[in-house]
Design a protein. Sequence first.
Length: 225
Amino acid sequence: MKFDIITIFPEIFDFYFKHSILKKAQEKGVIKIKVHNLRDFTEDKHKKVDDKPFGGGRGMILKLEPIFKAVSSLRNPKQIPNPKSRVILFTPRGKKFNQKMASQFAKLEQLILICGRYEGIDERVAKYLCDEQISIGDYVLMGGELPALVFIETVARLIKGVIGKSELLEERITKEKGFREYPQYTRPEVFEPKKGVQWKVPKVLLSGNHKKIEEWRKKHSKIIE
Ligand code: SAM
């Protein structure tokens, strides 16, 4: 799987991809992540990526041409349309991202992610260039970089070899049609935030009784579909 990110703030991604599990996954060759600076696809000396909105209004809009160039350079012209590749635009008007969508994206080979900024992006990007518009929730952020990170992390952890127990995760997906998430505890068994107060680990988890532990986990689970 290759993730290609198009952004005007490539530095935002530097630290994250160099210091997380995603770094190891890249070293193992399980995934590739490439960050592309939208300004490298401009032709004027000021590397202008934005302009005023037609019809008036506040703020600036990301221009169509550099995004067109960036996307064209990342797609293999011999493979359009390519069912294994998608161009994704992050926008609060998009389809709400969830675990099921992540599982579908994890089966593909290339995801080109377009991060918006300012007041948004020329609508022709959505209309002619991208395959899907995705929102990470009903709120408005300042840019598409955080949505891209959320998206990549959610999709990448479903790819075999990215996290240690991916087989187990796959088992969870097929068996229960979703991720079974339940509360977890670790040492100490009892924590005293102040004198006379004790925050305890549920007894059943210390019992060694696997059947009872499983029942407890089931009872406290949420299935993330
Ligand atoms: N008016 C723009 C629109 O309707 O798409 C929103 C502009 S927003 C201030 C700037 C950028 O942040 C967007 O172009 C988008 O890339 C990103 N963004 C903001 N909120 C988002 C969300 N909930 N999900 C995905 N992307 C978001």
